[in-house]
Design a protein around this ligand. Structure first.
Ligand SMILES: Nc1ncnc2c1ncn2[C@@H]1O[C@H](COP(=O)(O)OP(=O)(O)OP(=O)(O)O)[C@@H](O)[C@H]1O
Length: 309
């Protein structure tokens, strides 16, 4: 379990994390999302004692990191900046880390197997590809068989096979009852991996929501096909309702639910052949949610072409 309460971090005049409060529960994969500079890495660093909060608390399994006697057994982390001695083998790297916690060579070999590095376990880490380095980082995180796993951008550098592997791994860890907290900018991947989301922007909490609810809350219309579309437009038009044609006789109705449309059409005797709610993708829902809090907007090059009538 991860509990963040009124957490604030200032670097001089810059407030990186601003009164953040949230809980990450065991048993599900929780995604940590937010635009660049939103404060995700800073929050994760405070959770593992790499940064000190200006105020508030960041607890793992009921205690702040420094209070744990065997932290590797409480929380396994993969943060972006990893210090690995390039001349060491993957196995030696894990053995050295494990030595501080009485972790056996057998456990090291188990973890190497789990992340698919057994065959290269005795090779110099300096020659590892980005994906192999990422797998080694995940091996470090899992070494102490921790109850909580926190990974910053875990799919960075992984190929599609690797991405699928980590998705299965993370879901498996959550199914075992562990707390799994991951940050990522890949929305399509988050939609497949996470069940719950903590969304931050400019250091503040924007949403603490299930993936399903976030997608459902994104405003999208309902596509309606009727042989009497003109009558239907007249019937449904009103305050807060926007109706447009999307071609093929199909109307896009925003501001009314499928039930509203069906019942009103039924009462007026207007037949309906098709009624389809338009679902937003997680990416679209996320963009709507964070629109206001993007710190660094990219420049756009716009060229005007005459719009076709
Ligand atoms: N050591 C530091 N000194 C000064 N400012 C910092 C420091 N660390 C982070 N910041 C600032 O704090 C803000 C939050 O940064 P952080 O890295 O936590 O964001 P993030 O959400 O992880 O971003 P990204 O998605 O780009 O990794 C940024 O504006 C960043 O420039």
């Amino acid at each position: 379990m991860i509990e963040v309460a009124n957490l604030t971090k200032r670097y001089g005049a810059k407030t990186a994390v601003d009164g953040l409060t949230f809980t990450v529960r065991p048993g599900t994969v929780t995604g940590f999302l937010g635009p660049n500079g939103a404060g995700k890495s800073t929050t994760m660093r405070m959770l593992v004692g790499l940064d000190t909060p200006t105020s508030g608390t960041a607890k793992v399994n009921g205690k702040v990191y420094a209070e744990h006697r065997a932290p590797l057994r409480e929380i396994g982390v993969l943060l972006e900046a990893r210090a690995v001695h390039p001349g060491r083998s993957a196995r030696d790297h894990l053995l050295a880390i494990g030595a501080t916690h009485g972790i056996t060579a057998q456990r090291v070999d188990e973890v190497l197997e789990l992340v698919g590095l057994t065959e290269v376990a005795r090779r110099r880490v300096g020659n590892f590809s980005l994906g192999m380095g990422q797998r080694l980082g995940i091996a470090v995180a899992l070494l102490g068989d921790p109850h909580t796993v926190m990974l910053d951008e875990p799919v960075n550098g992984l190929d599609p096979d690797g991405i699928k592997w980590i998705r299965t791994l993370l879901k498996g860890l959550a199914a075992e009852g562990r707390t799994v907290f991951i940050s990522s900018h890949l929305m399509s991947e988050m939609a497949l991996t996470a069940e719950h989301l903590i969304v931050v922007g400019r250091g503040r909490l924007i949403a603490d929501v299930s993936v399903a609810d976030l997608i459902a809350s994104a405003t999208r219309g309902v596509h309606v096909l009727s042989p009497r579309s003109t009558d239907l437009v007249r019937l449904l038009n009103g305050d807060g309702v926007k109706i447009s044609s999307v071609g093929g006789g199909v109307l896009d109705v925003v501001g009314l639910s499928t039930e509203d449309i069906a019942l009103r059409a039924l009462a007026a005797g207007i037949p309906i052949y098709e009624l389809t709610p338009q679902r937003a993708s997680l990416e679209e829902a996320y963009m709507e949610l964070t629109e206001e809090s993007v710190e660094y907007h990219g420049g756009t090059t716009t060229t005007s072409f005459g719009k076709a009538a």
